[in-house]
Design a protein around this ligand. Structure first.
Ligand SMILES: *Cc1c(COP(=O)(O)O)cnc(C)c1O
Length: 411
């Protein structure tokens, strides 16, 4: 069956809950073992002391390690990336920070795509460096040779552990080739030191891009965005091989960043409609991008459906994306004053950060989500004072365009 069909029932047995069609919320902190031997066996597996036997049914222990709502959620979420396993978290940032801490150690080197999500950028610059873990940024125009040169010029080059990529990049939709990154990771890997390719797929996933198919080892989500899709919770997820996810889950136990049963339950609700929401959002975004690209008060639109044929970016898009997504940004003619006039006159589209939800959202990256980035870097990344970012929701496209039209009239 296709993933959208499996979202209704996968991982849940109605016999557990008196025939309830929906999985109830298992609001409990701890679980009773039938026998002491059972408790021992569960702990051995949970702490990674031994692998689970094929036929073994590993039960629940304590809701910081596992909980039915979270486990069923993981069983469903992994289906979208055809992953062996998935680990859910109480935020996208806790998924990201747990992956960094599990696979990097003091003295490790990694490379990462830039621009990158602001929280990830801060974590790399201020937290990882304090632990002696160093990251080298690379941009959308860097070639394989450029990236290899940066690694080879670094004193920690023999401790290279990870390539961390976010594509398309926020807020301008610049693409990074996952094939190229996978080639670099494979080329640098040795038997005793595998270089991991980790992809933050929040912007495109899990529908419009499948990094594991393209050679990634781990795929990360802020489940707060498209997966939850209703602006009512914060959560994260990591999918990949059983072996890597087991390591991530062990560290999650000790960081204590599993989502609550209630969050797990809400995300299962969201997964049932995720695909149709995302398809409607994408269809709306396409119409809005076309409208904006013809408007005299709009200087430039950054949208994957408007990439110029024959360019390197267009090639990457065709190789790795299954859709244009529902995020776009545009330069309004003018600067901050004009951008703010537009934002202040929107009525249906709400002025807020975050993305991927049912309601459309607009924000000003230069002074909001990307305020932390130094001016010269903002320039390189095209984050100008006239740039506005839109996350397109499921409202009627005519109403969204009318709202944009009225707000542009006030500029
Ligand atoms: C929002 C976001 C994050 C962080 O996720 P939270 O759920 O807010 O912790 C990470 N990466 C990207 C691309 C995001 O948009």
């Amino acid at each position: 069956m296709q993933p959208e069909s499996l979202m209704m029932t996968a991982g849940y047995d109605k016999e557990w809950s008196q025939g309830a069609i929906k999985c109830p919320i298992f609001q409990t902190s701890t679980f009773v073992f039938n026998k002491a031997e059972e408790g021992k066996a569960f702990f051995e597996v949970a702490y990674g002391l031994r692998e689970k036997d094929a036929a073994e049914n590993v039960g629940l222990i304590y809701s910081r390690l596992n909980n039915p709502n979270v486990e069923i959620l993981e069983d469903r979420l992994k289906i979208w990336d055809a992953a062996e396993d998935c680990a859910c978290f109480n935020s996208g940032m806790s998924a990201i920070s747990t992956v960094f801490f599990e696979f990097l150690k003091p003295g490790s080197l990694f490379v990462y795509s830039a621009p990158i999500y602001g929280g990830t950028h801060h974590f790399i610059q201020h937290v990882l460096t304090a632990f002696g873990i160093e990251g080298i940024p690379f941009g959308p125009n860097d070639t394989k040779d450029d990236i290899l040169q940066k690694i080879n010029a670094h004193p920690l080059k023999d401790h290279m552990k990870m390539i961390y990529v976010e594509t398309p990049a926020n807020p301008t939709n610049h693409l990074f080739s996952l094939r190229m990154c996978s080639e670099i990771a494979k080329g640098l890997s040795k038997d005793e030191n595998k270089v991991l390719l980790v992809v933050d797929n929040t912007y495109m996933g899990p529908i419009w891009q499948h990094p594991l198919e393209l050679g990634a080892d781990l795929v990360i989500y802020s489940a707060t965005k498209y997966i939850a899709g209703h602006s009512d919770l914060i959560a994260g997820a990591v999918s990949g091989s059983k072996q890597l996810i087991q390591r991530v889950k062990v560290l999650r136990t000790f960081f204590g960043n599993l989502p609550s049963p209630n969050t797990g339950w809400l995300l299962m609700r969201s997964l049932e409609t995720m695909k149709i929401r995302m398809e409607q959002q994408q269809a709306n975004a396409k119409l809005i991008a076309q409208y904006l690209s013809k408007h005299p008060k709009v200087a430039k639109v950054y949208y994957l459906g408007l990439l110029e044929k024959g360019t390197a970016q267009w090639d990457i898009f065709n190789e790795q994306c299954k859709g244009e997504g529902a995020m776009l940004s545009f330069d309004i003619v003018g600067g901050e004053k004009e951008a703010f006039a537009f934002l202040n006159h929107l009525k249906l589209i709400q002025l807020a950060v975050s993305l991927g939800s049912t309601e459309s959202l607009a924000e000003h990256p230069a002074t909001m989500t990307h305020i932390d980035i130094p001016e010269n870097e903002k320039k390189i990344m095209n984050i100008t004072s006239s740039l506005v970012r839109l996350s397109v929701g499921v409202e009627h496209a005519d109403d969204l365009i009318a709202d944009i039209e009225k707000a542009l009239e006030k500029v």
